[in-house]
Design a binder for this molecule. Sequence first.
Ligand SMILES: Cc1ncc(COP(=O)(O)O)c(C=O)c1O
Length: 383
Amino acid sequence: MVPVGYGSRTIGRVPLVPPYIESLRPYEAGRSIESVRREYGLDRVAKLASNENPLGASPEAIEAMRRSLEGLNRYPNGGLALREVLAAQFDLRVENVIAGSGSEGIMSNIIRAFLGDEDEVLTTDAAFIGFRVLARSRGVTYRTVPYRDWHYDLEALAAAINGHTKIIYLANPNNPTGTIFTKNQFDEFYRHVPERVLIILDEAYFEYAKDNPRYPDSMHYRYDNVITLRTFSKAYGLAGARIGYGFAHEELIRNLLKVKLPFEPSTPAQAAGIAALGDKEFLHRSLELNARGLRFLAESLQEIGMHVVPSEANFVMAVLPTEADAARIFEELLTQGVVIRPLKAFGLPNCLRISTGTDEDNRLCVEALRRSYAADVRASRAG
Ligand SMILES: Cc1ncc(COP(=O)(O)O)c(C=O)c1O
C-alpha cells in the first residue's frame, strides 16, 4: 500500500515551526550494529560510537527489571523509590534528589523549568551535543568559549558571564574530549559565578573518573546553585533503559518536579537502577575493563602516530591532521566493521571519538586503524 502523506499547505502559509526549531539539526545517535552489519555484509561489528558499556548490563539489574514487569499495568511512582535509595546512599534528603529518563531527560526539564526568553546559556565550544540540541530548542541565546588545550577554559567562561547568563553547562569528565577540570579550578571558577546563575554539572562519566585524586566529586561541595547530573547509561550499562538522576537544593528539585513528566522514569527503568547501584561486582568489572581499554587505545593510537587527548572517561578523542583524514578513517573503519564517532556534528570536524569496547573490540579497532591511518594520512599529505 502507498502511504498517504499530509498536504503541506498549512505549514507553508503560517509559521507553525519557530525559526530556532526549523534551523536545528536533530541529535544523531551513533550507527546501530544491525544497520552497519547489513550495509557492509559483515559478520562482526564493534560498536565504539556511543560510549556504552561493552559488558552489557548488570545481571542483577536485568533480573530486577524482569521482576518489575509483573506490575506493568500500574503507573510508576515518579522515581520515588530510586530517590529514596540515592538519598540514603549520599546522605541527602529525598527532596534533594530527582530521577528521570536518563540524565538528558532531566536536562530537558532544567531547560524548561529555569530558562526565560531573555536568558542565555553559556558553555564551551563543541560541548556534549545532546545538551546543545536541548538548549537550542528553547530558542534562547547559546554562547560558547573555545577549549584551552582540549579542556574547559573556566577562566574564559567566568569572564564571559553577563547579565543574561542563566545556565552554565559543564560536563566533567567532558564529552567528547574526555578531559576533566580539578576541584581547585572549579572553586576558582565558582567564585566568579553569581548566585542567580545555575551551573549544570554533568557527571555522566563520574564513575570512570572518581578514583582520580584530581577529580572533584561534586557531592562533596553541594553548592546551592549547582545541579549535579548522573546516569545509569554508562558504567552501569543501562543506556537502553533510560534512567538517570540529579542532586540539588530542594528548591531547585521542587520546581523541576513541576515540569517533569509525572510518571518518568518507567517502573522497569527504576527497578534496574536500584538493583544496579547494589551490584558492585559488575561496576568493578566495568571500570577495570574500561581502564585497560583506555590504556590500550591511547598507547596503540600514539604508536600509530595519531594525536590522542588523555581521557578520564570511557572513550578517547583522536585529533587528525585534517577533516578529510577524519572522514576517510571513519568510513574505512565502518567497512571493516568498526563503528566510531566522527565529531563534525559536535563542531570538531578533524576529530574522532572512540569508545572503549571489549578487549576484542579494542583490538579490532586498533588493527583497522593501523591499516587505515598510515595509508590515509600519507595520501592526504602527498595530495
Ligand atoms: C556528557 C553526557 N551527558 C549526558 C549523556 C546522556 O546520558 P543519558 O543516557 O543519561 O541521557 C551523555 C551520553 O552520551 C553524555 O555524554
